[in-house]
Ligand binder design. Structure first.
Ligand SMILES: Cc1cc2nc3c(=O)[nH]c(=O)nc-3n(C[C@H](O)[C@H](O)[C@H](O)COP(=O)(O)O)c2cc1C
Length: 238
């Protein structure tokens, strides 16, 4: 099954970047795209920090990433970079962990001053892990995601930016799905035509063998021409 993995990089239980990630998930669902969330904050801390690849929760999270077609990563800006929690999780991925995948980074920060933080901190990491297509970051400041009654209220401008990015992701996603289906169809057709060819060759071989078993075969030529009986095939033709 095709799905997008969403990763929430904030260590905070109540988090603006995770709120934006939730909105991104809702937009994806509205476009018929399934998502699976990885919340590194909820992974067993010791297993995460000790890179315990054998731990079932870590293994499950890594397998989710491995089989995803696209990844949406949300993180707060911490000390002009992405969060340390996100880094501990990304460090567990194999060097080719994002190969061929489509990635959309999302970040929230205290001010616009660090708007470019993800460009020089997260993007090189994503690229080094082999991502095929990295969409432009969606960045929002804290004032654009106002705290409201225990939740958050995202400004219309940010919602619009997020929607545009999710639309872009959906378009690339649809192209990828079409390409994959085309490849699978071609592979199935090739396999079918190989089957048909080998079936015909088998029939020709059987007919030849039948013919050879009932008629003498001439070997050599001229004065040395001799006649031998060809071996009878072990199986009779149908
Ligand atoms: C430890 C720490 C470091 C931060 N460093 C920055 C920073 O360098 N630049 C910035 O714009 N905001 C910084 N902030 C503010 C957060 O990025 C901002 O509040 C963000 O929306 C928090 O996201 P969250 O609610 O998902 O955790 C920092 C906040 C904390 C707690």
């Amino acid at each position: 099954m095709s799905y997008v993995v969403t990763i929430s990089g904030s260590p905070a239980a109540r988090s603006r970047s995770t709120h934006l990630l939730g909105e991104a998930e809702a937009l994806l669902h509205a476009r018929g795209i399934a998502t699976r969330r990885i919340d590194p904050r909820a992974l067993p801390a010791e297993a995460l920090l000790h890179a315990d690849f054998a731990h079932p929760a870590i293994r499950e999270a890594l397998e989710l990433v491995e089989h995803a077609q696209a990844i949406v990563i949300a993180t707060p800006v911490y000390k002009v970079a992405y969060s340390g929690l996100l880094k501990t999780f990304l460090d567990l991925l194999p060097q080719t962990g994002l190969t061929g995948k489509l990635v959309l980074p999302i970040a929230t920060g205290g001010s616009l001053a660090h708007l470019l933080a993800l460009d020089y901190s997260l993007k090189p990491v994503i690229a080094s892990l082999g991502a095929r297509h990295v969409l432009a970051n969606v960045f929002a400041t804290d004032v654009e995601i106002a705290s409201e009654q225990g939740g958050y209220d995202t400004s219309a401008v940010v919602t619009e930016r997020l929607t545009q990015s999710i639309d872009q992701l959906s378009r690339v996603w649809a192209d990828q799905v079409e390409l994959r289906e085309h490849r699978e169809r071609r592979q199935r057709d090739e396999a079918r035509s190989l089957d048909a060819t080998s079936h015909s060759l088998n029939e020709v071989a059987l007919n030849d063998a039948t013919f050879a078993s009932t008629r003498p075969v001439a070997v050599g030529g001229g004065a040395h021409r001799s006649v031998v009986q060809a071996p009878v095939p072990s199986r009779c033709p149908d």
